[in-house]
Design a protein around this ligand. Sequence first.
Ligand code: DGY
Length: 459
Amino acid sequence: MNRKTYNAAKKTLENNCYAINLHNQLLRRTLPSREFYVHQWNWDSATHAMALIHIDEMRAYEEIYSLLSGQWVNGLIPHIIFNPSETRYFPGPDIWDTEKTSGTTIATSGITQPPLITISAFYMYKTAKDRNQARIFQKNVIPKLVAYHEHLKKYRDPENSGLLTIIHPWESGTDNSPRWDNVLQQIDIGSIPDRIKETVNEGRTDNKLGELDDRPKVYDYYRYLYLTDLYKNWQWDFVKIVRESPFAVKDILFNAIWCYANDSLAQFLEETGKGKDAKKFRVWEQQTRDAIQSLWNSHSQIFKLINVTQGKKISIYEDTIANFLPLLAKAVTKTQLTQLINQLLDPKKYWSPVPLPSIALDNPKFELTRYWRGPSWPITNLLIIEGLRNYEMSNPCKKLQLKIIKKTMSMIEKYGFSEYYNPYGENTYTKRKTLGFGSFSWSAAIYIYLAHEYKLITF
Ligand code: DGY
């Protein structure tokens, strides 16, 4: 651990902080990057709070309160809570048009993101030094988290399979991962109205503020916006959306986090003596774990996804970083564990000079710089580090976990707080070592979290 980087990480989180007046209360929240992501993002904030709890407990709570301020009356916690004074980001509030259905006056998007917020909130509660404040936080957030979980279960798993359905690639947090290619290709570009294409061509800012080669392609954006337009026209009726949308997928990353989030929520409730209320979430946790286990294909050594669009049931096999997320859900057998470790440590697959790439290096769809189609991301490294923790009694797991922690921290020390990183580091065809947008909050937050949680710094 490097003290200079640690201090710079704190500074980055300070610089990216802004206060918002919500019902006459000033709440501090953290934007992901001033270069582009100028609002509040759901799983980014959940990650920020896991670091903030170590450096400023009140600010960590405010981060979560601010995120929850955008919760809909039906329980949804949206993926973006907009900052009313910012216009730089596309697609902004007018594209989503959620205010009529959300039941809140706060402008938000209409989709969600992996439910890391529950895991983060329980972690904050366990870690906080001021126990009084921690209990106040616990009292405030539990009903909202319960409502969120009930919302997800009701609307995203109507068939009670144990696996939630996501309705937009953005809900996975891994927007342009090849996991969505086959599903998205079924949306014929020719059938997308010109007005949507024009909105994208005129409105899109990510490709102008950032590098074109780092970002999703224009056809991805046409389809992303086609979906949001459809849902807006359906007035965010999630029963209809899940049934009729041209994009409905049981994703492995989202569901692994869902499984772990139910464990966190159950523990959170048990802590307050509400063991009876916790039971339901324990059942959901185990149901999802069993369902994830049934997705394993021993030949390809991949946990498949299921495309459930409009009643279909089509398996998707794609070799991406999401394949390791079942570790987080404790959904991995001994044999699978060995096979997954071998894949992670294979220099032809995931053990690149700057690991872990977002898709296997030998996946023909690998692209060095493009967002979730190759680059290494601190967030997925973190989720895998935490996943390996579930198996740390096994020596190879413990060793690998420490290696990934070390590599993640030195990647950040060497290349700064980028959104994502070139998996080949210096030794590469491109001169650019850092990718995406800069001064990125969750890269800073993950550095701080790892330093504290794994006791790599003496205070
Ligand atoms: C973006 O705009 O790139 C986000 O990932 C969507 O939330």
